[in-house]
Design a protein. Structure first.
Lengths: 321, 321
């Protein structure tokens, strides 16, 4: 199979051995695979793939068709449309994953959207609901709301009746974020004036933490899932105690199978019905063929886009399906 | 009634009007009242009493007998032994509090122990179990374990089958903390070598946070309920994300009645049976008559004691009970 391949910071499309599905695993012919910030970090050598994932093939999410079943795999039939998060290896033509790590693709979701859905909606759902227990009527602040996780979070919050303040640095992206259901879209500077907030989804990191705490409502929660702006934070513990606040930090990628599977079951139960009803969608900034991965990565790191950059793979018939 | 009275940093025993129990309230003739760190902060002017509490009478916990009932108060009968946390006003001869803010005193607990029980055991139970969800088999680190909350936490953790590493600065107090059920009692320096820890009870504050995060197990929780060592902390968010860790900061004192009452109901259910069976106890460093409050405060701030300093009040017959 062909796969996007990292080597010392460069990107190429190389041949790799076809994977074979093991016990409980499913072989998927990949149609679409979204790009994520972790891929860019991995390319730079900062974020190696976890054990069990290929060290040189990026891709934390993908969608495709089941083409082979390993022993005891029984959740999906050959030909079914599935999507998943993975520790890596999604930006390829084939991947073998445990069937508990797969979700069905709703009929209303096309391949490009399905390829860009699992990582950001699972991350956003896990952060907002499983971690922070965001409830209806609560006031959410999303930092960096024009990105993949941000646009997912804005839509999920709107769907459950929370009010969302969204910070978006690029002026051109603000109308798009508002159309996804944000109550108020603002520049990042001075966001605290629009508080207090019950939940803060922190995708920028260190530089925001002190102001996040100041803007927190009593009992508020800050969920840190990105540190693009830096990892070092200054924290006033007395201020956090006064708010009875919590700082929760999380990543999906490093979790063991059972925790990832539990997060996906929550997405199946609570998020996929919103896709089926058309209430939410995956904003797609652009799609690129697998061969043009270099251009896709370039686009991904360019500011001002709204939503996902997705690679489209065309299985080349080497699979035994 | 007489009460410990703060005025510009000085302590005196002054006369105050007897309180009258309002709707749902109970008048308690106080027998014993523990000292806490918050009293010392309040004396220095750093921690004013919350609204609804007397501004000049300290005392966050007390035990005594019910001597009068306000309208609709029905939970306790006159003469019953009760104890409670309060926003202040506990270091006095009388206090009127809502009946939902009271707990019964188990027969096995004497007045001195009952007066020093509510604040520290409610704080420790809330922090370890309601906030951090400490479970059997988990590894707990208690910083400053020789103090009131620390000795309560060590005993509660032992009672549910957690293993506890306790840091105690004063060498003379270490054997006592070990006898309360700590698995390992160490000096504070280099505590991280004894990790990883699933839960850290942070009573020292800022200077410990970076090392707390480093010593955290995957999914670990740091509960900050004291900042005696300073409030400013440096936090590496990437390290916290890697641990999928949480920092939870909390205070009991500022909580509204319904939240305090809920915390007390949890203590009634989970902690008072352990006192009834004799499994846990309130270590008492010393008791002082109310008149000797100055000496009690002096003792409280002297390092090297183990357990609570408690004021003993003798109702002087001015109440209508």
């Amino acid at each position: 199979m062909r796969a996007v391949t990292f080597s010392d910071g460069s990107i190429s499309i190389d041949q790799h051995p076809d994977p074979t599905p093991g016990v409980g695993e499913v072989l998927v012919a990949i149609r679409a695979a979204g790009l994520n910030g972790a891929d860019v970090l991995q390319r730079k050598g900062f974020y190696p793939a976890p054990a069990g994932s290929p060290p040189d093939i990026p891709g934390l999410e993908f969608a495709g068709e089941v083409v082979d079943l390993g022993p005891d795999a029984a959740r999906f039939a050959i030909g079914e449309r599935v999507m998943a998060i993975a520790g890596g290896g999604g930006q390829a033509e084939l991947i073998a994953v445990h069937e508990r790590a797969l979700m069905p693709v709703p009929a209303a979701v096309d391949w490009a959207a399905a390829g860009g859905l699992p990582e950001v909606f699972t991350t956003a759902h896990d952060a907002l609901f499983t971690q922070a227990a965001l409830g209806s009527g609560e006031r959410l602040l999303v930092h960096g709301a024009a990105g993949g996780v941000g646009t997912a979070a804005v839509q999920l919050a709107a769907a459950i009746g929370a009010t969302t303040t969204a910070t978006v640095r690029n002026e051109d992206s603000r109308a798009g974020v508002e159309s996804l259901g944000a109550t108020l879209v603002i520049e990042p500077e001075g966001f605290g004036e629009h508080g207090p907030f019950d939940v803060v989804l922190e995708l920028v990191g260190g530089p925001n933490i002190a102001a996040d705490v100041d803007a927190l409502a009593t009992g508020g929660r800050i969920v840190v899932i990105g540190v693009g702006g830096g990892a070092k934070a200054e924290l006033n513990l007395l201020a956090l105690m006064g708010k009875r606040g919590r700082i929760m930090a999380s990543t999906l990628r490093a979790r063991p199978l059972e925790e990832k599977a539990a997060a996906l079951r929550a997405v199946e139960r609570h998020v996929l019905p919103l896709f089926e009803s058309g209430e939410i969608d995956v904003p797609i900034a652009a799609t690129y063929p697998l061969e043009d991965a270099e251009a896709a990565y370039e686009h991904f790191t360019t500011p001002g886009k709204l939503g996902k950059v997705v690679l489209m793979a065309q299985p080349n018939g080497t699979v035994n399906g």
